[in-house]
Each structure stands twice: as structure tokens, then as C-alpha cells.
Write a protein that binds this ligand. Sequence first.
Ligand SMILES: *Cc1c(COP(=O)(O)O)cnc(C)c1O
Length: 400
Amino acid sequence: MSDQAFYSSLQQKLATLKDEGLFKPERVLASRQGAEVVAQDGRTLINMCANNYLGLSGDVETQKAAAAALEKYGYGLSSVRFICGTQTVHKELESALSNFLGTEDTILYAAAFDANGGVFEPLFDENDAIISDALNHASIIDGVRLCKAARYRYANNDMADLEKQLIAATEAGKRHKIIVTDGVFSMDGTIAQLDMIVELAEKYGALTMIDESHASGFMGATGRGTHEHCGVIGKIDIITGTLGKALGGAMGGFTSGKKEVIETLRQKSRPYLFSNTLAPMIAGASLAVLERISKSTELRDRLHENTAYFRKEIERIGFTIKPGTHPVVPVMLFEAPVAQKFAARMFDLGVLLSGFFYPVVPMGQARVRVQLSAAHTRQQLDTVLKAFEQAGKELGIIKN
Ligand SMILES: *Cc1c(COP(=O)(O)O)cnc(C)c1O
């Protein structure tokens, strides 16, 4: 406590963040997560910014499955997996995830952040090359940093640039090459072109890895993910993802792929070896979620209906969106102050949204990001669209 300068410098940096409008305050909810949430002041808001794609976060069936696992397996394990932290429910979930994703084996982590943080270093070294999309998630970037492999970056979703990087890595004589991409990019709702990526991987003898955090459970005809959407099930070497978004919403992550990859991770992956087992109630609830969405595509279908409806109506009102089909819908407002004012006005009108501006998105690309959920009713979406129309007119974004 003797280095006062340290604390003053932190205070200064925090003040700068606030001055630059980059400070992130936390919204406090007084209710469970859902299509509607209650704010701390007691106001009910329609929630358009959760990753609650299938509406399972506050769902009673999910909660009951968690409660049943809690009852049977207890609260926690006080152990890592390889000492005494593996229960039948963890093995069942790993096997169910492998079935669902179309892979051989799966390893659980406390978060997708850990899955990505612990996947590269055990598998690749300085003789290898990691070829990574420029907009990949922070956890992939950190995972790559922890590994000695050479790094190659290609422009977001740019297949010509990817090929250039594959050629560069080949010419550098790299032993193994792995192409790494988010299945879906969460800022734009862009879907990676996995069919072309797989083709390029075959051409240059590269491996492929996708992070399915914004896809598992609802992309593709039966919700298996981007690899299903793009017709390349069985052709992706490594799949990482989260249990904290569509697949229940609590927390937890996974890495899935060939047996020898997963076995190597169990032996060597540091966030797995040196961090506690996923709580059994989360494993049990995730298992129930997988069973439920494997039996019926009802939730997935409702999500896509809601998405199509919202995308069509918001454009009809006169807003500009990034085209696409994903439930992430970026409503473009372009200028940062407009996005900020717009999100604030929508909050007054009872709609919870998040605004994004530089440096999170490129300069001049400020937006509010809408995320649809299977839990939204048509009536709630109509209320949100009315609020968009009103705020849009008030701020002169759309014409009367
Ligand atoms: C949310 C997200 C993660 C992190 O997931 P957690 O399980 O919350 O750690 C990783 N990758 C991508 C692409 C994500 O969107």
C-alpha cells in the first residue's frame, strides 16, 4: 500500500476512459434473464441485447434440469477433472456434444474463453502456422498469443487474403497450418464462408478450427452450427463453443474434434488442468438443453422466424441494417453520438439495446446491435419496432 502513484495512475486512466465515452457501466437487472427484464429501478424493459438466442437462460425447464443435477450431484466438485472432478454427468455431456456436433470427442471447460485460451499451445509450436481471421474473438487472439506458432492474419471473411496467407505459410515451410475463424462474427452477424474455407484448407493441406459461440444450437437446419449451415459437417478439425449463450446461458465452454486432439488437450491444456470442473448443475442443464433441441427444432425455428420478421420490418420502417440472416441485426446509425442518443432514447421507451461505436467497430460504422431470441413474442417485437420508429423520427434518422 506504499505506491500511491500506482493508484493515481489508475484513477487517471479511468477518468480518461469516461472522458472519451469508452467507460462501460454495468446495467443491473433485478429479475431473471429473458425477453423482458426488470431494471433495478423496477421498470420492465424488452431485452434486445442478450445472447439468449433460444430463450433458455431464464427458462423454467432448464432451471428444473439444473435443480435435478444439483440434487443428484451436489453443488460443486472442489477439484479439477483429473483428480476427483469428473462425474458421470460430465462424461454424458461430452458425449452428447460430440453427437450433436458430429465429432469424435469433446472436452469441457469453465468457459469458451478457456477453451480458446487452452487449445493452441498444446497442439502447435514454432514449426507451425496459425492463420486467423482479423475479427476473431479476443479469446482466440489470447490463445494464439500463448502459443509459439507463427501468426498469419487475414482480412475479415476475405477468402483471397486467406489464400495469400496460406501461400505465405506454405512458402515459409510451416509443418502444420490451421485456419481459425469465428463461425459467426458477433458484431456484424457475418457467417464465415466455411465451404470455401474447407476448400482452401484441402488445397493447402491445412487444418480448420471454428468458434461456434454465436452458432451452436441454432445455425443450420437442425441447429448444429455454422458447419451445418455451410454443409461441411465432418470437415472441420476443431470446434470450440460456449454453453453460456444459446445452449442454456449459464457458463461453460467446450472443444470438440478428433479423439487424439481431445486426449492431448486433457493431458496438456492448462485451463483444463489447472481450473475447477464445470459445476454439475450446469452440465446437467446443458445435457437437458441438447436433448431438447435434438428432439425438436421448435425453438430454433421460432428464433429464425423472429429474425426474418424483425429484419424485414426494421427495413420497411426505413432503417439501414447489415444484410444477412443471423439473429444479430446491426442497425446502422453511423455516427457515434447518434448511436449513443438512440440507445438512450430506446431505453426511455422501454427497450434494452446496446450501442457500439469506434473503436469496437470501424469509424463511421456506429450502430445499435439487436439480438433476437426465440423467447420474443410477436407483440414484443412490434412494440420494439414502434419504439424504433418513434426514436428514429425524433432523432431525424428516418423520415416521417
Ligand atoms: C462469447 C464468446 C466467447 C466467450 O464465451 P464464454 O463461454 O462466455 O467465455 C468466445 N468466443 C466467441 C466468438 C464468443 O462470442
